[in-house]
Design a protein around this ligand. Structure first.
Ligand SMILES: *[C@@H]1O[C@H](CO)[C@@H](O)[C@H](O)[C@H]1NC(C)=O
Ligand SMILES: *[C@@H]1O[C@H](CO)[C@@H](O)[C@H](O)[C@H]1NC(C)=O
Ligand SMILES: *[C@@H]1O[C@H](CO)[C@@H](O)[C@H](O)[C@H]1NC(C)=O
Ligand SMILES: *[C@@H]1O[C@H](CO)[C@@H](O)[C@H](O)[C@H]1NC(C)=O
Ligand SMILES: *[C@@H]1O[C@H](CO)[C@@H](O)[C@H](O)[C@H]1NC(C)=O
Length: 311
């Protein structure tokens, strides 16, 4: 018994009295009497939270259920009371995103470079006009002797964006590079003398001897500072390219497409989305197309298609 053990203890200790359960009954009764004095307040205390929960539930019911069948749905869009709404993944622009064409990618490289010049201040009107040919006439070649060389007026002002091809050897330069250059020459869009021109593939590329050269280029302090250190939009890296004797023969090509995977301060993707993170969250409410949209629009799939068509 606790009482006896306390008495027999040699040093008396202060202990709290054991709780008496019969306190709770009068306390509840007191609270009940207090509540009864203000019946409206009491009712509202209970009803308001309940009304809000019911209201939220009702609002949720107003939303249409979207059911996306597993696999690739190509049935037409349907609204069904039992299965919900289903989408044809081919027709709906919610999930189906087409990749950028090579021409659009090449032109966009020029546009992006023109939109973010180092400085266009104190250029004369004539120089401004000449500079504009970088973006409207496809004058994007780094080589000053090329007919499509970057206009001298903006050589220190516009930093071109390039597609890197690695390594620089007979296969990449004389076979791959030349073939793709024939496919994508400079395209004059109208018969007008001032017609816009889509830049040629040949004018938009830069060769690197190997991946180490590419990496030291992008890591250099002068990267993106002048036209000798252009920005690299993307790189097609051939691993073990075939030797000259094997050109034109059917064989597998081992290549890697490298893109900027830096995320900005808001964790948004500027270049290519990370693949070492979960593809989706089990809690997400809708299909998030941001990641695969990035792959279709930033040039990844465009370059993949380009090499695949070549191979
Ligand atoms: C603008 O002109 C001044 C004087 O001619 C020159 O010192 C300066 O470097 C020029 N600025 C640019 C961005 O070229
Ligand atoms: C040339 O273009 C720049 C920027 O686009 C502008 O600030 C400058 O005033 C232009 N110069 C002339 C002479 O129009
Ligand atoms: C591509 O450019 C190189 C020089 O940079 C030239 O020798 C070659 O003939 C060009 N190829 C095509 C298909 O225009
Ligand atoms: C451009 O010129 C060609 C031949 O001269 C002609 O057949 C074609 O219709 C013209 N295109 C346009 C858009 O004027
Ligand atoms: C990659 O993107 C970041 C942020 O936009 C930029 O600072 C960096 O220079 C880019 N890297 C390359 C190699 O272009």
């Amino acid at each position: 018994m606790p009482g006896t053990s306390r008495e027999s203890s040699p040093t008396p200790m202060l202990t709290a009295p054991a709780p008496r359960h019969n306190h709770i009954r009068p306390l509840l009764w007191k609270n009940f009497l207090l509540k009864k004095k203000h019946p409206v307040k009491w009712a509202l205390e209970i009803l308001v939270p309940v009304i809000f929960i019911v209201l939220m539930g009702a609002l949720k019911h107003l939303m249409k259920e979207v059911k996306v069948p597993s696999g690739w749905s190509d049935t037409s869009k349907s609204v069904d009371g039992h299965t919900g709404t289903s989408y044809n993944l081919f027709q709906s622009n919610m999930y189906y995103i087409t990749e950028t064409t090579t021409s659009a990618l090449l032109w966009n490289l020029a546009i992006e470079a023109y939109k973010s010049p180092l400085s266009m201040a104190n250029l004369t009107a004539a120089q401004n006009l000449s500079c504009m040919s970088f973006v409207v006439q496809g004058k994007v070649n780094l080589d000053p002797t090329s007919p499509n060389a970057i206009p001298t007026a903006c050589q220190e002002r516009i930093i071109p964006r390039k597609i890197a091809i690695v390594p620089d050897n007979a296969y990449t330069r004389n076979y791959f590079g030349q073939t793709i250059s024939k496919w994508y020459p400079a395209v004059t869009l109208t018969n007008d003398t001032l017609s816009p021109v889509i830049p040629a593939f040949n004018d938009s590329i830069i060769y690197f001897a190997d991946e180490a050269a590419l990496e030291s280029h992008v890591k250099s302090n002068d990267y993106g500072r002048d036209i000798n250190h252009p920005y690299i939009h993307s790189a097609i890296v051939f691993k073990n390219p075939p030797t000259e004797n094997d050109f034109g023969k059917a064989q597998s090509i081992d290549y890697v497409i490298r893109l900027n995977s830096t995320t900005n301060d808001f964790n948004n993707i500027d270049g290519v989305p990370r693949t070492n993170v979960p593809a989706y969250s089990s809690q997400q409410k809708k299909i998030n197309t941001e990641n695969f949209e990035a792959y279709t629009k930033n040039g990844f799939m465009t370059l993949q298609t380009l090499v695949t068509r070549f191979a």
